[in-house]
Ligand binder design. Structure first.
Ligand code: GYE
Length: 310
């Protein structure tokens, strides 16, 4: 028997798995990296991954999930574009006994409708950004503009909440404008242009962007307004994509909080453990958040990250 058992492939349970992945789209460099890494993680495990890009539309994600259920996949990975509106389709997956694992965003739905959610602590990220600005300003007055992520998404809700907690009690800091830039460079630029037009560059001291891509777009707008990003307007954002480290190396941005694009690794490990011996994962598998500032070797970080699929 021992000799037969030794023939079983190590990840015997993944070798013939078919998994559906409903991805939001490719709104940011970070999202593109998550897609790249997820495909690599599936490949490593010999998993047959069926990929569906929703172009930022929830109805396309719901259609993709229904299609995966009809195909009888073994599991579904879902990066939910917004937090609400999932109960019905997740119920259909549960009726078909197909586990759903959430990546990088959460849903407002009963916990028994998904196996686990692999995400960072999105509120904590916002708090770290707020605390960084408190320390950076050291009591000096600072009017802040905020570029929010996709309206109704859990990162936009939680990163806003966390930032407000981070600056609470510091009356020298106030958010004077806040609007969604939908996590994209192009919208980040357009909305920052409108902030500059409405407020005048002299009245804006800092930008908090819910992701680096909107910050990179805003940097372009700040430059075109004849101002120095990173100096005239301090910039803090989240993701730690290569291009924000390039900006920081040039002194054009000031801080970023890292979000790993590898949410699929922990998710697929949890799924394999469940399939192998029934181990039930926690409902939340938290990924780390690390603050990078101008004190870090941002050129080296850029060089290290630039070929990772962003
Ligand atoms: O910060 C952003 C992407 O869901 C936390 O989505 C993720 C966010 C990430 O568009 O770049």
């Amino acid at each position: 028997i021992a000799s037969v058992m030794s023939l079983l492939p190590l990840s015997g349970y993944a070798a013939d798995l078919t998994i559906g992945f409903s991805q939001i789209g490719s709104e940011s460099g970070w999202r593109a990296a998550e897609t790249t890494v997820t495909k690599q993680e599936a490949e490593k495990r010999g998993i047959n991954l069926k990929f569906a890009d929703a172009q930022q539309k929830q109805e396309n994600q719901i259609k993709a999930i229904r299609s995966f259920v009809a195909q009888g996949v073994d599991a579904i990975l879902l990066a939910p574009v917004v937090a609400t509106g999932w109960d019905e389709v997740l119920e259909e997956a549960r009726e078909s006994e197909i586990p759903v694992l959430l990546l990088d965003r959460t849903v407002d739905a009963p916990e028994d409708l998904y196996m686990t959610a692999v995400t960072s602590d999105l509120v904590h990220e916002g708090r770290v950004a707020g605390t960084w600005l408190v320390d950076e300003m050291a009591g000096a007055k600072c009017n802040i503009v905020e570029l929010q992520g996709t309206t109704g998404s859990s990162p936009a809700i939680d990163r806003k909440k966390g930032f407000e907690e981070g600056i609470a009690g510091h009356d020298n800091l106030s958010i004077i404008r806040s609007q969604t830039g939908d996590f994209t460079r192009s919208q980040g630029k357009v909305v920052m242009e409108s902030f500059l037009k409405a407020e005048g560059g002299d009245n804006i001291c800092a930008l908090y962007a819910h992701n680096d891509d909107m910050a990179v777009g805003a940097i372009q707008a700040i430059k075109e307004a004849g101002l120095k990003p990173g100096q005239d307007i301090k910039i803090v954002s989240i993701d730690s994509v290569p291009d924000i480290h390039l900006a920081m190396a040039d002194g054009e941005a000031n801080a970023t909080i890292e979000l790993t694009p590898n949410m699929a690794g922990p998710a697929l490990d949890a799924l394999e453990a469940y399939l192998a011996d029934g181990t039930v994962p926690p409902k939340w598998i938290q990924t780390e958040s690390k603050l990078y500032t101008l004190k870090d070797d941002n050129k080296a970080i850029y060089e290290m990250k630039k070929d990772l699929g962003y």
